[in-house]
Structures are given as structure tokens and as C-alpha cells.
Design a protein around this ligand. Structure first.
Ligand SMILES: Nc1ncnc2c1ncn2[C@@H]1O[C@H](COP(=O)(O)OP(=O)(O)O)[C@@H](O)[C@H]1O
Ligand SMILES: [Mg+2]
Length: 410
């Protein structure tokens, strides 16, 4: 018999994913259903021969995190299907996957972690990302290579979601295994706090000390409580999914896709193209200012919000340049330039031309951002320090932002 996974939208079984001759096949169960992706419209015929595979591959962890999860679960390297089967019970957005013989959600629930259990779980995350291997009922997945887990947090109590229950927050622990990279949790917390203050659409974040480990905690924007106080999922998909590309195509600088593809998708699908275009351009400028070279298309998503299909709130913004690496290429080109330290007005003009946008709009966004960030950055630093104390990496980031403003306005 062919291996089959049932695909759920919230608690509704809407489609199947199965292997046939090693190919991934995907089919909706009825015509009257929610599509899982803007790139996989509902239709009678199945999507065969791996057409839909990238959508599902993009739900899975990447890099070292994935390797660790595979090892913990005894799964062969690169086996997406088996990984989806084992950890696809809570993913980015509203789609979950369950093996054919499981009846999910009936026993869904949350198990509270005592303080000492939470401390142990966080301490062990570097060996067991996404709580992999903890128990068969815990099946959590998220893309990205940073070590993380998802949890349900309410009134200061942390819970493990089980048997298909939805998580409410994402928790990232510090990167400790790369020489020269420190304070990543402080870095991301500060950069996301500042992003909010300068008007980017970002979720609430905080830094929480759990035992000896500072942890970055972000609210999930793809969750909401319904009238019965039941946590529900909201459909989102990242731009690799939208473009039906494998996660390895996320870097334009190594042959993948970039801002032109993103703007096209926004124009095709957004219910507020003007606002989403402005937010995207502001995100580009903000990444330049904070020195985030890792701003790739998997760090952008679209969401089926109550206001229609929109660019999702931003996530995963932190400064990579604060750790040096002046030759680091930006994940996407701005005009023809990949090295953000070398940006000139010509590159912004090229960007305007490539995106078919008036350069005046980019000028306005860039100069407004500079005008706002200069007085705001120290205020946010004060708030950060009053909550979490001083931090040398954050202090360096603040100085660097000041020296990078000329990249936007010269
Ligand atoms: N606040 C959030 N709400 C909903 N989904 C999120 C949120 N933050 C991140 N995600 C999803 O989780 C994935 C991994 O998070 P990210 O911060 O990008 O991790 P990494 O640093 O490992 O790349 C993202 O690609 C996105 O799909
Ligand atoms: Mg990411």
C-alpha cells in the first residue's frame, strides 16, 4: 500500500498527500474547500509527480536543526515524507498532516510544564529541537535552521501541545555553536522591538530567562482564539511555497528568487497592494539599516487574514552584520547590488526600475525610516535595557545603525 498522509485545514480533513513510485501526489477531497496555497488551487485532478512537494518541504526544519530532528527520530536524511508524518502535527499556518490510521484532534490537549521541566526542555533544545523525540503525541514542525520550539503559553504557564493542538508562541534559544556569534536572542529581541516602533508590522516579542538560558519568545500571528476560547490556526504560506520552490531556493544570491518575485506575488494576490508594497520596501530598508543579510524569501509570508490575503507580519529580523562579515552578501539583491555596505543611490534607482515602482516612493520610505529611526533607536534601547539589562551586542548594533543611515539616503 502507498504511504498516505491526511492533510487538515484546522480540524477539517481536506486533502491527501501520498507517495506513488517515490513521487509526491496531492489531491483535494472535494471541490468545495479551502485551498492550502494560492499556488495549489482546488481542482478535481490530483497534483502529481512532485508538483506539490515544495509546498510541504517548506513546512519542515532546515539545516542542522533538521539533521538533529532526523537523527532523534531515526529518519533517513532528506526524507520529507517521513518527517512530515512524524512532526507535521503543528506547522506554520493552518495546515497539519496526520498518518492515515490516526484520528487527530479528538485527544488534542496541552500538558503543562512545571518550572523544572521547562528549564530542562529549554536546556535540551540544542540536542532536541522542536522537542523532537519527546513523545509520539508531540509533533511540532517549523522551517528555519535556528534552534527553536513552539509551545502554548497562557498566563505565564508553558504547555506542550499534543495530538494536533495548536501552539501559540515560538521560542528560540541562543546560537552557541558558531564561533564569533553571540547574544542572538538579545539581538533578535531588540531588532524586532525597534521594528515595531518604526512602523513595521511585527508580532509582539519578549526575552525570557528560562533557567540559565535567555530565550526569544514571539507571539504567533497565525493563531487566534475563537468565541469558545479555542486556539485556531490561520493559513499562511511563505514565498518559497507561493513560488512552489524547494526551501534551498530561498537565497537569490545562490541562484534562488528575490524581490521581483515577491512584488509580483503581492500584486497578484494582496487585497491591499499599496500597503503591502510599502511594507515590503520598508522591510528592505530596515534590513539594510540593521544589517540583516539573511533577509530571504522564506522570511516573508502571505496570510489569509480577516482583511483578506495580505503580506504577513514580519519575523526573523536580526543583525547579522554586527558579527563582522563585511563581505556577506545580502540574501536578495537591491537593484544589482548584493553587498549592502556598497549600496548607492544607483542601486535604489535600479530597484525602483526592476520593481516598476516610482523612485520617489522608495526615497520617501527610506528617508522617513531614517528620520524615525534616529530618535527612536535610543528610546528602544532604554526600554530594552530597563527590561533586560545592558548588552554589548545590542549597543554595537545601535552604533552601527547610526553609521548605516547614509546607505538609504545618499
Ligand atoms: N510570529 C510568528 N507567527 C507565525 N509564524 C511564524 C512567526 N515567526 C516565524 N514564523 C514561521 O516560522 C518559521 C521559522 O521562524 P524563523 O524566525 O524564520 O526561524 P529561523 O531563524 O530558524 O529561520 C518562519 O519561516 C515562519 O514560517
Ligand atoms: Mg527564517
Amino acid at each position: 500500500m502507498n504511504a498516505l498522509l491526511k492533510v487538515y485545514f484546522n480540524e477539517q480533513h481536506i486533502a491527501n498527500l501520498w507517495l506513488e513510485d517515490k513521487y509526491y501526489n496531492f489531491q483535494y477531497l472535494t471541490q468545495d474547500t479551502q485551498p492550502i496555497s494560492l499556488s495549489l488551487p482546488v481542482r478535481v485532478e490530483p497534483y502529481i509527480r512532485d508538483y506539490a512537494k515544495p509546498y510541504f518541504a517548506n513546512l519542515l526544519p532546515e539545516g542542522e536543526t533538521r539533521t538533529l530532528v532526523e537523527a532523534r527520530l531515526g529518519i533517513s536524511r532528506g526524507d520529507d515524507f517521513e518527517l512530515l508524518k512524524r512532526i507535521g502535527g503543528d506547522c506554520a499556518g493552518a495546515i497539519t498532516l496526520f498518518p492515515e490510521d490516526q484520528v487527530p484532534f479528538v485527544t488534542a490537549g496541552y500538558s503543562a510544564l512545571s518550572n523544572s521541566e521547562l528549564i530542562t526542555m529549554i536546556r535540551e533544545l540544542p540536542q532536541a529541537p522542536l522537542c523532537a523525540g519527546r513523545s509520539k503525541s508531540i509533533r511540532l514542525s517549523l522551517p528555519g535552521a535556528q534552534n527553536k520550539t513552539t509551545l502554548f503559553i497562557k498566563d505565564g504557564v508553558y504547555y506542550l501541545p499534543e495530538n494536533g493542538a495548536a501552539s501559540s508562541h515560538i521560542l528560540k534559544v541562543p546560537i552557541t555553536n558558531i564561533a564569533g556569534i553571540t547574544d542572538t536572542v538579545q539581538n533578535e529581541t531588540f531588532v524586532m522591538m525597534l521594528a515595531k516602533e518604526v512602523g513595521l508590522n511585527v508580532p509582539n516579542v519578549e526575552m525570557v530567562q528560562i533557567g540559565a538560558v535567555p530565550v526569544f519568545v514571539i507571539e504567533r500571528y497565525d493563531r487566534y482564539f475563537d468565541a469558545n476560547r479555542h486556539l485556531r490556526r490561520i493559513l499562511q504560506e511563505d514565498f518559497c511555497q507561493l513560488l512552489m520552490l524547494e526551501p534551498t531556493m530561498k537565497y537569490q544570491n545562490t541562484g534562488g528568487v528575490g524581490l521581483i518575485d515577491c512584488i509580483q506575488k503581492i500584486r497578484e494576490h494582496s487585497s491591499d497592494i499599496t500597503t503591502d508594497t510599502e511594507q515590503l520596501l520598508k522591510w528592505v530598508a530596515y534590513n539594510v539599516l540593521v544589517g540583516n543579510a539573511d533577509a530571504h524569501v522564506k522570511n516573508l509570508s502571505m496570510i489569509w487574514s480577516s482583511k483578506g490575503i495580505r503580506l504577513a507580519p514580519f519575523y526573523d529580523i536580526l543583525s547579522t552584520k554586527v558579527y563582522g562579515g563585511h563581505d556577506d552578501a545580502f540574501a536578495m539583491s537591491i537593484g544589482r547590488e548584493y553587498n549592502i555596505d556598497r549600496l548607492t543611490r544607483t542601486n535604489w534607482k535600479q530597484l525602483a526600475e526592476f520593481l516598476d515602482i516610482n523612485i520617489k516612493l522608495i526615497d520617501k520610505i527610506n528617508s522617513c525610516l531614517v528620520d524615525t529611526i534616529v530618535p527612536t533607536v535610543n528610546k528602544v534601547l532604554d526600554v530594552f535595557e530597563s527590561k533586560y539589562g545592558t548588552n554589548v551586542t545590542v549597543e554595537k548594533m545601535v552604533r552601527d545603525i547610526g553609521s548605516r543611515t547614509n546607505l538609504l539616503v545618499k
